[in-house]
Design a protein around this ligand. Sequence first.
Ligand code: PLP
Ligand code: NAG
Length: 470
Amino acid sequence: MKLFELTLPPWYSNAVVRHITFGILIGFTLSVTSTSISSYWRSRRRQSLSQEQNDLRPIELRSNEVVRGVTGLIGNTPLVRIDSLSNALGVEILGKAEFLNPGGSVKDRVALRIIEDAERQGLLHPHTGSRIFEGTVGSTGISIATIAKARGYDTTIIMPDDVAQEKVNALQALGADVQRVRPASIVDKKQYVNIARRAAIEFGRSDITKGLEDAHTSHELNTGSASVVVTTTSSHVNAEGTIDDPMDEDLLSKPRGFFADQFENRSNFEAHYDGTGPEIWRQTNSHVDGFVSGAGTGGTIAGIGQFFKSKNEEVQVVLADPEGSGLYNKVKHGVMYDRREAEGTKRRHQVDTVVEGIGINRMTNNIDLGIPIIDDVFRITDVEAVAMSRYLVHNDGLFLGSSSACNLVACVKFVKKMRWREGQTLVTILCDSGNRHYSKFWNDEYLRKANIPVDRSIIDDLIAKPDSGV
Ligand SMILES: Cc1ncc(COP(=O)(O)O)c(C=O)c1O
Ligand SMILES: *[C@@H]1O[C@H](CO)[C@@H](O)[C@H](O)[C@H]1NC(C)=O
């Protein structure tokens, strides 16, 4: 004991040894524990992250998330990144998945808005035997027929006799009265839009030809707008279309004919200005560099384009125009002029292409709203559109219709022309699914007869081309 005290320095007491040893021990333990705790949390985080990515999101039903009826399913469609094109171009190519609407296309929004606007103005009343008339190449008709049934109306659709048969099948399944007519120019009384308008005006008169004793003659209601056609079989309308008592029971309960008029009516534009446009703006966190769309009535490009410009004037609005359409020249040179028309080879069709739904050779109210804000336009060939549709199935499993394919070809051409490759965001519309196009656009045999090659490598070549080469 004494020895111990002598050999050790005075400061080296037992207590000190104990304290130091204890301190080292605690320090070591703490550092080991903290390292293992942090690595534990890191691996937990990794695990949960990868689980989030891999697990299917459960289908949740929260309160107030049950939608009402088929119209509740319209809109709020997802925005999908098209991986193949985005990765190849270095630009985010995003498609608004409108083919997921219950009626199968972007036109559900338009049909719903047209019908709701007419109801709001008291022009249409549900469950009164009223009938909605429209001239359309198909998609809008299917949307109107769907919503009409949900709302308590009947539908008559007039369409050219050369549109894909599956659209007719869908319309008939939806209980629509379908009348197919020979394609004709808009100046022709027998053009399908003109026939639809006339049919709405004559609504109710067919009773007379059927020889019914008490048949009413229909009256065109004065709506304050010359272009709006609403007829009624009620006798409480004067010859000039004016009404003595707007709340008269007979007037409100009698069947009416209503011409939807998607080409001219502003409800079409507004469905996109108030709906599709703001949805995309939200989905991209207000980050859109460009928007690409085709135009059939012009409602989509005008409505979404004008909404984007109102938020940010720098957003580039780009039109995808199929072969035979006059819009390309309208945007480039200010006149609607198609070489084929000049050569007298213009066919009976609205536009000469296997692409259905877009392209037009006349000005309409909705196109008028779009033309001033279109920054650029690309003419897309049938061959390119077909190639893109096959490319998207091959690389992304995306089975899309012809107008969507046109839009995406225009996306590639625009990105190349602008030399974009720094992750800019280019948005377009995936208007409908390939299942609306089995008989023509998705029919290789039909395409072969029409001398349209089916070759998705055309898209690889387009992507590989030097920038600005388009
Ligand atoms: C399948 C399809 N895509 C695109 C469009 C074009 O849309 P919009 O009429 O708004 O120009 C239409 C409309 O006719 C269509 O049917
Ligand atoms: C569109 O239709 C509504 C009826 O639904 C009508 O009140 C309005 O005037 C029409 N607008 C145009 C521009 O034709």
